[in-house]
Design a protein around this ligand. Sequence first.
Ligand code: HEM
Length: 113
Amino acid sequence: MEPVEAIRNAFEVFVLLKPAGTSDQAFPRALEFLPERWLRGEGDRINSYASLPFGIGTRMCIGKRFAEMEIYTLLARMFHRFDVSWNHGAVGTKTQFILMPDRPLNFTFTKRT
Ligand code: HEM
């Protein structure tokens, strides 16, 4: 990506689209749970600056690849062993330094046979 394009993208996200996480411009149908939006090659391309959980630039998180690998491994192992269900209706969010669920996440884990 050209530097000028990168700066324009960052400006759109940080200045025009704030908060990007719930912006339909940054994420079409932003408020719907569509995890497939993150798959490569699926639908509209997400602006690379729209979600920066690990920061960006020279001081960005050095543990990013490690953390992502841990998350993928945990989820793969968890869904391999358990059926996971949720029977408590929609979960809201609250901001407590970071955005988090507004109540405990009491998932039901059923061991797969
Ligand atoms: C989901 C997990 C993680 C998230 C969301 C996360 C997020 C972040 C963010 C936002 C920053 C600040 C980036 C900036 O200033 O622009 C950061 C910095 C940092 N993270 Fe992480 N991090 C995660 C996991 C980890 C792990 C597993 C490690 C170590 C193995 C790690 C090590 C560091 C270090 C050393 C810095 C400071 C880098 C610097 O200042 O040069 N992080 N992280």
